[in-house]
Design a binder for this molecule. Structure first.
Ligand code: ADP
Ligand code: MG
Length: 318
């Protein structure tokens, strides 16, 4: 049986050349470059709530970091360091090997160094904190949307929710749609490069983790504005299009969870700059609506009339 310290040494101790001090002391030491602000965010994944306890550990390692990197992307911050706090029911070497592999591969891809954490026995629970840098005053906040701004969305929405609905037997996906939807659910790609490129271009941003209606709603509330989104413009996969007649798929597009795409607003003058950023970063960007004076979100159908939104997003306490 592995001890706590063997687990830390074998699976979670890696060189952290850009930290003053990484794993192994009572605290890590980090130095933020002059002129930069430290962006700090944390996200917890709880077995049975955010994932099935028998989930593929490699994908779980990826996703635990990905959801945090998505928050850095939404701030326009460059992720630099992370900590990882783990409660594990047992020290399963195979599980740990695979989990650490998924986590470290994504960390390496984004130049993120693991600089600390905590390891304890308990019900499976994964808590990651990520720290990044953003030039002073340039972070993309939720509060910057202005009337007249375009509303943009990266990638496409709804596939992760569709995968979940399929796993819960609420819908049946065609075999050739299953793999793509499951990838969206289990291995989202955080839009870090896009977030960085949007500094100085977007007025506001958020990552879509609880559904577009809820997350755009946060921008509207923080910015004191309203928005109109055209449902037909919201980017979706062919799989979702095939199911769109069904209430589940319609909900997936606006109120599904786990998309980890960016929703941002920008001046109309920035349209061609944003399209170029999309091409340069290899991420589709789609204008889905417009910010207006007032409050609240209206989603219009193909007839231009507002749709009834039954559920506006995921909330753990409702
Ligand atoms: P303490 O007793 O001060 O909490 P620990 O013995 O828990 O210290 O941790 C020893 C070192 O290992 C610390 O630097 C801590 O940040 C790091 N560490 C513990 N668990 C993890 C983990 N899961 N991932 C990365 N680093 C970890
Ligand atoms: Mg500890």
């Amino acid at each position: 049986m592995l001890s706590e310290f063997e687990i830390i040494r074998r699976f979670f101790t890696r060189p952290a050349p850009s930290a003053v001090l990484g794993v192994g002391d009572d605290a890590a030491l980090l130095r933020v470059a002059p002129g930069m602000e430290l962006a700090v965010s944390t996200d917890m994944l709880v077995a049975g709530r955010h994932f099935f306890p028998d989930a593929d550990p490699g994908k779980l390692g990826h996703k635990a970091l990905a959801v945090n990197l998505s928050d850095m992307a939404a701030m326009g911050a460059k992720p630099r360091w992370a900590t990882l706090s783990l409660a594990l029911p047992e020290a399963d070497e195979k599980w740990l090997e695979s989990f650490a592999g998924g986590f470290m591969a994504l960390a390496a891809a984004h130049g993120v160094e693991l600089v600390g954490g905590d390891t304890t026995r308990g019900p499976l629970n994964i808590c990651v904190q990520v720290m990044g840098e953003v030039p002073e005053g340039q972070a993309l906040r939720r509060s910057g949307a202005k009337p007249g701004d375009d509303v943009w969305v990266s990638g496409r929405l709804g596939d992760a929710a569709l995968a979940l609905a399929h796993m819960q037997h609420r819908i049946v996906l065609e075999p050739h749609d299953v793999a793509d939807c499951l990838k969206a659910l289990h291995a989202p790609e955080p839009r870090v490069a896009l977030g960085l490129a949007l500094r100085g271009v977007a007025h506001s941003a958020i990552d879509v983790s609880d559904g577009l209606a809820a997350d755009l709603g946060h921008i509207l509330e923080c910015s004191g504005v309203a928005a109109v989104v055209e449902i037909a413009a919201v980017p979706r996969s062919a799989a979702l299009e095939r199911h769109f007649g069904e209430e589940t798929a319609r909900q997936a597009l606006l109120a599904g969870g786990d998309d980890y795409e960016l929703c941002f607003t920008a001046d109309v003058d920035q349209r061609s700059a944003i399209e170029k950023i999309g091409r340069d970063t290899g991420v589709a960007v789609t204008c889905v609506g417009r910010i207006a004076r007032g409050s609240g979100l209206a989603v219009t159908g193909s007839d231009g009339k507002p749709l009834e939104l039954r559920r506006t997003g995921f909330d753990h306490f409702r």
